[in-house]
Design a protein around this ligand. Structure first.
Ligand SMILES: Nc1nc2c(ncn2[C@@H]2O[C@H](COP(=O)(O)OP(=O)(O)OP(=O)(O)O)[C@@H](O)[C@H]2O)c(=O)[nH]1
Ligand SMILES: [Mg+2]
Ligand SMILES: [Zn+2]
Length: 298
């Protein structure tokens, strides 16, 4: 294939073995993947930068090359995210262990993070609580109500200038509704189930929306997430910015900040300087990571 015929674009969505890429001029191209990718066990992710040969007329084109990724996740399955925006809300109830897992994974991938507390029209106290818990986490906490169109300017300002933002979180928190309000779109949204207070997984696949210089991914909600099975227990505490100033201040070095005597992090929790819940959840994740690490050769 001659080089001149190739174009570059970003993968914005996939459907049934086809991929849709948008080129620099904003034109959409329908593509299929060459067999060599399957042989290499690589599949393109939404957010990937691609080199492709456009199809002629009604014919689809071909993905020729996936350019190097600056980050990749499998949950949600997306590439090249620079800012991960975790959306929570009063109902369905927030799962902060899931939030912390997402923040850890983002940090390991070099992404910036933010938390948006949506549906503030239902409960305006939640955002204050979350701001307090994540005060030292290097993660801005924004208040929003997609329904009342509040907080959208802050969210837009946060996303402007990012190469690619990604909204993630449980089903039913209002990710698609937020993007509709923010970008004037009509993405499908779904009621949450009254009986179990859970979303109904309305968004099924990740897709990239490009609008007013903002590139943002709407993704499918989920509630289960594992940390990387190859993660060393030592790495986890580096994902908590609130611990940084305590490194080297504990009685033992290294200290995992897991209830060792003379631990500076425990002292900071007792003094109310670091949120107790956040540290408690860190310790749960640490136990998890240690268990997985122990079994890594089994
Ligand atoms: N009261 C209130 N309801 C909201 C708000 N934002 C979204 N909702 C409602 O929450 C429900 C779920 O919204 P979606 O946008 O479909 O949620 P989602 O996060 O995209 O869910 P999945 O696609 O399943 O992951 C819908 O009934 C929305 O109308 C809000 O700010 N306030
Ligand atoms: Mg959705
Ligand atoms: Zn310690």
């Amino acid at each position: 294939m001659s080089e001149e015929m190739m174009k570059q674009g970003v993968l914005v969505r996939g459907f049934g073995g086809f991929y849709v890429a948008v080129d620099d001029a904003g034109t959409e191209h329908i593509l299929r993947c060459k067999k060599k990718f399957r042989r290499m066990h690589i599949s393109p992710l939404v957010g990937d930068n691609l080199l492709f040969t456009p199809g002629e007329g009604e014919e689809h084109g071909w993905v020729e090359e996936i350019l190097p990724r600056r980050s990749e996740c499998l949950r949600p399955p997306v590439a090249n995210v620079s800012l991960l925006v975790v959306v929570i809300c009063p109902s369905p109830e927030p799962d902060l262990l899931l939030v912390d897992r997402l923040l850890v994974r983002a940090r390991l991938q070099g992404m910036k993070t933010a938390i948006v507390v949506n549906k503030c029209d239902l409960d305006e106290t939640l955002v204050e609580d979350i701001r307090r818990q994540y005060a030292g986490a290097d993660c801005p906490v924004l208040a929003a109500s997609a329904k009342q169109k509040n907080g959208l300017d802050d969210l837009r300002a946060l996303m402007t200038g990012e190469s690619c933002c990604c909204l993630t979180g449980q089903s039913g928190v209002g990710k698609s509704t937020l993007l509709n309000a923010l970008l004037g779109l009509e993405l499908e949204t779904g009621e949450i189930s009254e009986k179990i207070q859970r979303g109904k997984n309305t968004t099924r696949h990740a897709q990239m929306l490009i609008h007013d210089g903002i590139r943002v991914l709407d993704t499918a909600g989920f509630s289960l997430l594992e940390l990387d099975a190859k993660m060393e227990p030592d790495k986890l505490r580096e994902c908590y910015p609130e611990f940084a100033e305590h490194e080297g201040c504990c009685r033992f070095t290294p200290c995992m900040h897991d209830r060792e005597p003379g631990c500076s992090v425990t002292a900071a929790v007792d003094a109310g300087e670091i949120d107790a819940g956040r540290v408690e959840r860190y310790r749960l994740l640490l136990a998890d990571v240690r268990e997985t690490w122990k079994q890594r050769y089994n």
